[in-house]
Design a protein around this ligand. Sequence first.
Ligand code: GLV
Length: 332
Amino acid sequence: MPELSTKRVFVTREHIIPEAIASLRQSVDVEVWSERSAPPRDVFLRKARESDGMITEITDLVDKELLDQAPRLKVVANRAVGMDNIDIGEATAHGVFVSNTPGVLHESCADFTFGLMLSVARNITYGDRRIREGEWKVFDQIPYLGTDVHGATLGIIGMGLIGTAVVRRAQAFDMKVIYFSRNRKPEVEKQLGVEWRPDMDDLLAESDFVSLHVPLTAETQRIIGKRELELMQPHSFLINTTRGPTVDPGALYEAVKTGQIAGAALDVTDPEPIPFDDPLLSLPNVVISPHIASASSSTVRKMGELTAQNVIGALSGTAMPSCVNPEAAANR
Ligand code: GLV
């Protein structure tokens, strides 16, 4: 087994995963970036050159430029399930193992998806905003009449662990669930009674709520644009907890503004953070949160533990719990 104490690991945010950092420090030499924002690119590149492993956040870009300069680097453990900040093909070609954090955050993300759905459909956030603006002056429910979530049709795009966890919650709300996914999931259909739609257009036309659960890839970039929003019903809502660029924000603004759809709830935006003067923020029937679907204390701690286990696995040559490119070994 390689001598671990000589290995250097750079963590791009100290404050997010202190327990994982403490546990890593027992076996490897850990350096941390202690500011709350990401290290500047030049610092990140230098640290990549000097490190055997890195723990990254979704805003840290791991691309060919970085990998070309980092011959010592063996592992990048992303503290996220999504990996669109990492060029996996290049990492593999450079013999760098990449890991993510599946299996520990799907329940928290599914809770949050329901929170967003209820919030936008039942005007929870809108009501709160109006109260803080000093606008609750009389007992009058009519400006806040919402749409029922129970009994509605939920269309899920992308049926991975998070999508499946959303389905389980939808069952308790007596919802009909339909889904579109590149790979059909007969097991989920059988166990949870969901129906597959081979054509995403049909799902969009049929759903009262459309919820996105696909990773961001070239294929899913702007998977929801003007045409797709036009297929949705005027009483329907779009929920996005995956990545902002899956939705065309200009088209979404127009669709909500003109009543093409009833509203949207977004935990992710394009760009992030969303600028204060973004037109979407002017729409009362849009709820936006700052990319926090997985952010419960317990889940963030588990994500940290998993990244640390992946780093130790890679650097010690033992198993990595969630390596996405084991084939990188052939290029080391
Ligand atoms: C968060 O966005 C994640 O991908 O885990």
